[in-house]
Design a binder for this molecule. Structure first.
Ligand code: SF4
Length: 921
C-alpha cells in the first residue's frame, strides 16, 4: 500500500492510502475539533461544520481536515493562529444559536465538550430564530433549537441505516431537519433505530428517558457495562448505561456484527427487565387452582393461582415431581424444552440434565419452530447446519437473493448491510409473497404464490442447467448428485412452473441467469422458506442453486439461513435437540455417543427423542406426564394452541423457569424466577457462527436467580453429581466434546469479546467463510438433493377461502413475553393487529381499525385489521406475539417430514367483519 509522506505541524509523518489529515493527526495524538464528522462510528465525512479547519502551506483558504487527504510534501498546520482562529470562530457562531449550556438539553454533549476545549462557551453574536421542539415520539425527543445542521442524523438515517426518513428541508435561515414531509417524528415513517440519536453531537436528538419535562438532561449513568442485545440472531454488541442499578439506556458499540448500529428493540427495548410483573420469588401452584386450558393468565394480576415459596421448597417440589414420574412411569414420561434466549452454557447444561437426569433425548427448543427444516437440508447436503458466510458478506456480493425473509423487521441491523450493498450497486432480489421495506431497494421483487417456493426455485435450476450456466468445474470437484438433479429438473421448465408460482417464465429465467453468471451471489433465507411442510425441500433447492453454480465458499457468496433468536444457533450447537448430542452428533451413533458417556459417566439413550409438536401429542396420548420448560412459551408459540394448551394443562407436573408468569407458566406447578439477559454472563452464538461474551450488567431482582444455578440445583436434586462454579466451568467442559469450539477458550472470549468458529489456531481469527475447499461430509463433497413440488397441507376452499401467514412485527419479539413489557416498544405497537390488502378489506367492507374474525379449522380470534398494500390479495398476515389474539390458535400443526417443523406460513382461513357489539364484548 502506498504511503504518503507529508509534514504535520513541523513533523514528518506518513499517511496510509485514503487516510485524511484528521485521521493522521489523531494517530499522532493531535486533537482537532470536529462536530459534523464522526470517526466512531465511522460515517462519511461531510466537511460542512468547518470546525476542523487546518492551514495548508501555499493554499489561499483553509481546508476541512476531516475530508482532505494529504499529498506528498504537503505542509499542514493544525495549530497555527489562522487555523485556531477559524476553529474558534466556527464554534462562536454555533454557540450563538444554542441555548446556554446550563439550560441546554445536554450540557454533556460532544458540542459542549469541544466548546470548552477551544475555550469558546459564549458568543458575541445575536441568536438566530430557532425551531420548536417535538416530543411526539415515545422514545426520542427532537430539540431543534440545539441543531447545528451538521447532517450527521441525515447520514445516519440515509446512508448507515438506509431508512431515508430524515432530510434537510427549506432554504437559507429557514433550512431545518425534517422527518418525511416535515411530519412530527412520532407520526413519521421513523423505525426508531435511534442511529440519529447516537450520532447527534449537540443533544438536538436525545433519548426521551434522559430528559425532564423542560427537555433538559437530568439523567446520568453511574456506570456502563458492555454486553449484547437480547433479541435477534444478529448479535449486536451493546453498552448498557446503569443508574441506581437500573438500565437506563443502550448504545450500540463496535461489534463485528453491528459496528455501532442497533434497531428499536436493541436500543429501546431493555426495560422489560424492570417490569413490575417480573418474578422475584419462586411460586408454587395453590392446591385449589385447577389447571384449565381455557383459563387465561390475567394481565393485570398474573400471580393468581400461585403462592410464594422459598427456593428450598420450590426446588424440592420441582425436582421431586420429576423424579417421581421418572421412577414410576419411566424415563420417556419426561421431556424438557430449553431456550434459545439462554446462553450456550445454559443450553448445554439443560440438555445434559435431560439426557442424564431424565434419561432420554426428549429435549427440544424453538429451533424446531423456526429453522429445523433448513438445518435438516443443510446437514443432509453439507453436514453442517450453520451459515457458510456472515451476513456482512453481502457487501462483497454482486447478487443478493433474500427469500422467505423480512430482515428489516426480523433482523434489522443485518438488513442495513443488505441495503448498503444495494446502494453500492449489488442486485438485490427479494422473493416473497408479501412485499416489504427491503423491496424498495430491490432490483426485482418476485411475489410468488404462497407455498409455491419449490416450483419457482426448480424453474430457476431448470434454466441454469438447460442454458449451460452451471459451474462444471465446481460440480466435478466439489459436489455429488448433479446428474440426478439434471434428470429430475426436466419436469420443471419455467413455462410450466409459471402457472404454479405466478411468476412469468421470462422473469424466472432472467433471475436465474443473473444469479448464476454473477461474480459472487449469496442467498439469505428465513422462515418463509422453513415453516412449510416442504421446508426441507425449499432449502434443498437453495443448496442446489449454490452448488450447481459454485456460488459458495468465496467472498460474497454463500448460503445464510438468518437465525431467529439471539442464541438459536448456539442452543442447537449445544445439543438442545432430540436427535443430536452437542455439535450435531447423532444420538444413534455408538462411536459418537461414547465420548459423551465417558465425560458424563453415564450410558445415554441411543434413541432419538421427541420434537416440540411430538411432545405435545405424546402428552395427549398419556405418554409424557412431566415437563421442565426453561424460558420457552409453547402456550403461545406452538401451532394449534388449543391443543398445546390442553397438553400443558394435562401434565401431572410442570416446572417452568422464566422471567414472568407467561401463558405457559400459568399452567405450571412450580415457577422458578430466572435471570434476564442483562443479569447474566455467558456465551451466545449469533447467526454468523460468532461466539460472543455477554456480561452481567445488573443483579437479578429480589430472589430471582441465575438460570445456570437453577438448572444445576434441579440436576443435583435429581441425583447428578454436579459442581459447576459458573459459566466458565461449563464452557470449558463444552470445549472437550464440541470440536466446533476448538481454539476458543473462555479467556480468549474475555480478551476478544467475539470469535467466529471454526478456528484453526488459538492465535488466529476464526473463519468467517467456510466450505472454501469442499464440505465436511464423508466424501468431502456437497450433496445435491432434488426436490419435488408438494402443495401446502391445507389448501383454501369455499369454507376457508383465504391464506393465513404468521410472523413478526418490528417492535415485538417472538411471543411478546419480553417486548410487550418493554415500555417504548409497547407504546409504538400496543395492540393485536392483522394485516390485509386494501382490496380484501373493501370486499369485506371493513376499515382500518375495525375488528375482523379470523377462523380456521382449529380456532377463531377477533383482531383489529390494518390495511397493507404489501400483503397480496387473499392473504391475511398476523404477528404471533399478541396473547389477546393469539395467531397460533389458528395455525396448522402439519409437519415437514424431515425437519418436523409446523406449517406456520400457510393455512386456510375465513375472514369476516365483526359486528361492533361483538368487538366491544
Ligand atoms: Fe438486537 Fe437484532 Fe436489533 Fe441488533 S438487530 S439491536 S441484535 S434486535
Amino acid at each position: 500500500m502506498t504511503k504518503i509522506q507529508f509534514e504535520l505541524d513541523g513533523q514528518q509523518v506518513e499517511a496510509n492510502a485514503g487516510e485524511t489529515i484528521w485521521q493522521v493527526a489523531k494517530r499522532h495524538q493531535k486533537e482537532i475539533p470536529h462536530l459534523c464528522y464522526s470517526p466512531e462510528p465511522d460515517y462519511r465525512p461531510d466537511g460542512n461544520c468547518r470546525a476542523c479547519m487546518v492551514e495548508i502551506e501555499g493554499e489561499r483558504v483553509l481546508a476541512a481536515s476531516c475530508k482532505r487527504t494529504p499529498s506528498v510534501g504537503m505542509k499542514v498546520k493544525t495549530e497555527s493562529a489562522r487555523a485556531v482562529a477559524a476553529q474558534k470562530m466556527v464554534m462562536e457562531l454555533l454557540v450563538a444559536d444554542q441555548p446556554a449550556r446550563e439550560t441546554s438539553h445536554d450540557p454533556d454533549s460532544k458540542f459542549w465538550h469541544w466548546a470548552e476545549k477551544v475555550e469558546v462557551t459564549e458568543s458575541r453574536f445575536p441568536a438566530a430564530e430557532r425551531w420548536a421542539g417535538d416530543t411526539s415520539h415515545p422514545a426520542m425527543s427532537v430539540n431543534l433549537d440545539a441543531c447545528i445542521q451538521c447532517g450527521l442524523c441525515v447520514r445516519a438515517c440515509r446512508e448507515v441505516q438506509v431508512n431515508d426518513v430524515i432530510g434537510m428541508a427549506y432554504r437559507n435561515a429557514g433550512a431545518k431537519i425534517v422527518f418525511d414531509f416535515d411530519d412530527p417524528m412520532g407520526e413519521s415513517t421513523c423505525v426508531a433505530c435511534g442511529e440519529c440519536v447516537q450520532a447527534c453531537p449537540t443533544g438536538a436528538l436525545m433519548p426521551s428517558v434522559m430528559l425532564d419535562e423542560k427537555q433538559t438532561r437530568v439523567t446520568y449513568a453511574d456506570r456502563q457495562v458492555d454486553s449484547l442485545c437480547p433479541f435477534c440472531g444478529v448479535g449486536c454488541q451493546v453498552t448498557y448505561q446503569v443508574k441506581d442499578e437500573k438500565v437506563i439506556y443502550a448504545e450500540g458499540r463496535d461489534g463485528p456484527a453491528n459496528h455501532n448500529r442497533l434497531c428499536v428493540k436493541g436500543r429501546f427495548g431493555f426495560d422489560y427487565i424492570h417490569h413490575p410483573h417480573r418474578l422475584t420469588k419462586p411460586l408454587v401452584r395453590l392446591p385449589n387452582a385447577k389447571k384449565d386450558a381455557n383459563d387465561q393468565v390475567d394481565p393485570a394480576n398474573p400471580f393468581t393461582h400461585f403462592r410464594e415459596a422459598s427456593w428450598e421448597e420450590a426446588l424440592d417440589i420441582a425436582a421431586k415431581g420429576l423424579v417421581k414420574i421418572r421412577d414410576e412411569k419411566g424415563v420417556k414420561a419426561l421431556a424438557g424444552f430449553g431456550s434459545a434466549k439462554g446462553s450456550n452454557e445454559e443450553a448445554y447444561l439443560f440438555q445434559k440434565l435431560v439426557r442424564t437426569g431424565f434419561g432420554s433425548n426428549n429435549v427440544d427448543h424453538c429451533t424446531r419452530l423456526c429453522h429445523a427444516s433448513s438445518v435438516a437440508a443443510l446437514m443432509e447436503g453439507l453436514n453442517s447446519g450453520a451459515v457458510s458466510a456472515p451476513f456482512a458478506a453481502a457487501m462483497d456480493a454482486e447478487v443478493i437473493i433474500v427469500i422467505g425473509a423480512n430482515p428489516t423487521v426480523n433482523h434489522p441491523v443485518a438488513a442495513t448491510y443488505l441495503k448498503n450493498a444495494a446502494k453500492r450497486g449489488a442486485k438485490l432480489i427479494v422473493m416473497d409473497p408479501r412485499k416489504q421495506a427491503l423491496s424498495r431497494h430491490a432490483w426485482k421483487h418476485l411475489a410468488f404464490k404462497p407455498g409455491s417456493d419449490v416450483a419457482m426455485l426448480n424453474a430457476m435450476l431448470h434454466t441454469i442447467i438447460t442454458e449451460g450456466l452451471t459451474d462444471q468445474q465446481y460440480i466435478a470437484g466439489y459436489t455429488e448428485g448433479f446428474d440426478e438433479l439434471a434428470e429430475r429438473i426436466k419436469e420443471f421448465p419455467p413455462e410450466k412452473m409459471e402457472a404454479i408460482c405466478g411468476i412469468p417464465a421470462e422473469t424466472l429465467k432472467e433471475v436465474a441467469r443473473v444469479y448464476a453468471r454473477s461474480r459472487a451471489s449469496i442467498i439469505f433465507w428465513g422462515m418463509g422458506i422453513s415453516q412449510h411442510i416442504h421446508g426441507t425441500d425449499n432449502a434443498r433447492c437453495l443448496i442446489a442453486l449454490a452448488l450447481t453454480t459454485g456460488q459458495v465458499g468465496r467472498p460474497g457468496t454463500g448460503l445464510h439461513p438468518l437465525r431467529g433468536q439471539n442464541n438459536v444457533q448456539g442452543a442447537s450447537d449445544a445439543g438442545l435437540i432430540p436427535m443430536f448430542l452437542p455439535d450435531y452428533q447423532p444420538v444413534g451413533r455408538t462411536d459418537l455417543r461414547e465420548p459423551f458417556e465417558k465425560l458424563w459417566h453415564q450410558d445415554l439413550d441411543p434413541v432419538r427423542g421427541l420434537t416440540v409438536v411430538e411432545i405435545m401429542n405424546a402428552i395427549h396420548a398419556g405418554e409424557i406426564t412431566g415437563m421442565y420448560i426453561e424460558g420457552e412459551n409453547p402456550a403461545m408459540s406452538d401451532p394449534d394452541l388449543q391443543h398445546a394448551r390442553e397438553a400443558l394443562a394435562m401434565l401431572d407436573h410442570l416446572v417452568v423457569q422464566d422471567l414472568f408468569v407467561t401463558e405457559t407458566a400459568f399452567h405450571a406447578d412450580v415457577i422458578l424466577p430466572a435471570s434476564a439477559f442483562a443479569e447474566k454472563s455467558g456465551t451466545f452464538t449469533n447467526t454468523d457462527r460468532r461466539v460472543q461474551l455477554a456480561r452481567e450488567v445488573i443483579r437479578p431482582p429480589g430472589d430471582a436467580r441465575q438460570d445456570l444455578w437453577i438448572i444445576q440445583e434441579i440436576g443435583k436434586r435429581m441425583g447428578l453429581p454436579w459442581n459447576y462454579n459458573g459459566p466458565a466451568d461449563v464452557f470449558t467442559e463444552m470445549t472437550q466434546v464440541m470440536p466446533s469450539l476448538n481454539n476458543i477458550t473462555w479467556e480468549r472470549l474475555v480478551r476478544e469479546g467475539a470469535v467466529t468458529y471454526p478456528v484453526d489456531d488459538p492465535n488466529k481469527p476464526g473463519n468467517e467463510i467456510i466450505f472454501t475447499t469442499g464440505f465436511p461430509t464423508e466424501s468431502g463433497r456437497g450433496k445435491i438433493v432434488p426436490a419435488k413440488v408438494v402443495p401446502p397441507d391445507e389448501i383454501p376452499d369455499a369454507e376457508y377461502p383465504m391464506v393465513l401467514s404468521t410472523g413478526r412485527v418490528l417492535e415485538h419479539w417472538h411471543t411478546g413475553s419480553m417486548t410487550r413489557r418493554a415500555s417504548v416498544l409497547d407504546q409504538i405497537e400496543p395492540e393485536a393487529v392483522a394485516f390485509m390488502s386494501p382490496k380484501d378489506m373493501r370486499r369485506l367492507s371493513v376499515w382500518p381499525g375495525d375488528f375482523i374474525k379470523l377462523e380456521t379449522r382449529r380456532g377463531a380470534v377477533e383482531v383489529k385489521v390494518r390495511s397493507d398494500r404489501d400483503v397480496p390479495e387473499n392473504m391475511v398476515f398476523m404477528p404471533f406475539c399478541y396473547a389477546e389474539a393469539a395467531a397460533n390458535l389458528l395455525t396448522n400443526p402439519a409437519l415437514d417430514p424431515f425437519g418436523k417443523i409446523p406449517e406456520f406460513k400457510f393455512c386456510a382461513v375465513r375472514a369476516e367483519k365483526v359486528a361492533l357489539q361483538s368487538a366491544a364484548e
